[in-house]
Design a protein around this ligand. Structure first.
Ligand SMILES: Nc1ncnc2c1ncn2[C@@H]1O[C@H](COP(=O)(O)OP(=O)(O)O)[C@@H](O)[C@H]1O
Ligand SMILES: [Mg+2]
Length: 241
């Protein structure tokens, strides 16, 4: 059974159609990517999964539940990455973890999580003094501290340097290895290609392709004997020809 089902999702803000008929399933245990340019409707789509936005039409199910109606239950079972700057500058790493753990019925051992994410030596550091990579690691830790079955991570590596990005990729694979299903929103091709088992490519609120990164690349006609990349696949899917 699919762990997430999105069927004919529509969402508009006034005159702007943000999501125009999006459908996909996410299977248990996969890293599923939503890839698309800015404004494609990725964040709006995941916000409906998180129960933060009500669909205008269409149906969304997460763990068989309705994110609007079953918000309290889903909050316990779905980990959502905190957006940058949503923690007070002066809160210490351990305090943030301890606070978030208190929101859950069956929290993970945050000390272990802190160690797994390489944050133990930053335990007493204030959030505002962490590097970009450390902040991202903390936001992943906070998304996982409730022992979720699903983690939804939106633009996880935006603003990170290449080394920190690779570190975070490694971390996401470790999260999946714990049995957590991951929904990853990204506009980075390399990230999508390396990390995701399957990808939905979004353009202007529609899914224009949905497959493994390898199959998306294989569908691109070869030019002059060069091997196409995911970027070529993406451009051929998202640009007007
Ligand atoms: N709260 C909002 N009010 C009005 N328009 C919005 C709002 N949020 C997003 N939009 C618009 O909806 C479209 C999709 O946005 P979004 O879901 O954030 O896309 P993405 O995450 O792919 O960049 C964009 O045109 C954006 O400007
Ligand atoms: Mg977005």
């Amino acid at each position: 059974m699919a762990i997430i089902e999105v069927r004919n999702l529509h969402k508009r803000y006034g005159d702007t159609v943000a999501v125009h008929d999006v459908s996909f399933d996410v299977e248990r245990g996969e890293i599923f990517g939503l890839l698309g340019p800015n404004g494609a409707g990725k964040t709006t789509t995941v916000e409906t999964l998180e129960g933060l936005r009500r669909p205008d039409s269409g149906a969304v199910r997460v763990l068989g539940l309705d994110p609007q109606r079953d918000r309290v239950e889903l909050r316990q079972r779905v980990g959502v990455q905190l957006q940058e700057g949503r923690l007070p500058e002066r809160i210490k790493v351990w305090e943030a973890l301890d606070l978030y753990a208190s929101f859950y019925r069956q929290p993970a051992d945050w000390r272990q999580l802190m160690a797994d994410l390489g944050l133990s030596d930053k335990r007493d550091a204030a959030y505002g003094r962490l590097s970009g990579g450390q902040k991202q690691r903390l936001s992943v830790a906070l998304a996982l501290v409730g022992n979720p079955e699903v983690a939804i991570l939106d633009e996880l590596t935006t603003g990170l340097d290449p080394e920190a990005r690779r570190e975070v990729w490694h971390l996401i694979r470790a999260v999946r290895a714990r049995g957590v299903t991951v929904v990853l929103v990204t506009h980075f091709m390399d990230e999508a290609e390396r990390l995701c088992d399957r990808l939905a490519v979004l353009k202007a609120g529609r899914v224009v392709a949905l497959d493994t990164p390898a199959a998306l690349v294989a569908a691109v006609p070869a030019r002059r004997g060069e091997r196409p990349t995911l970027e070529d696949a993406f451009l051929s899917l998202t640009q007007e020809v």
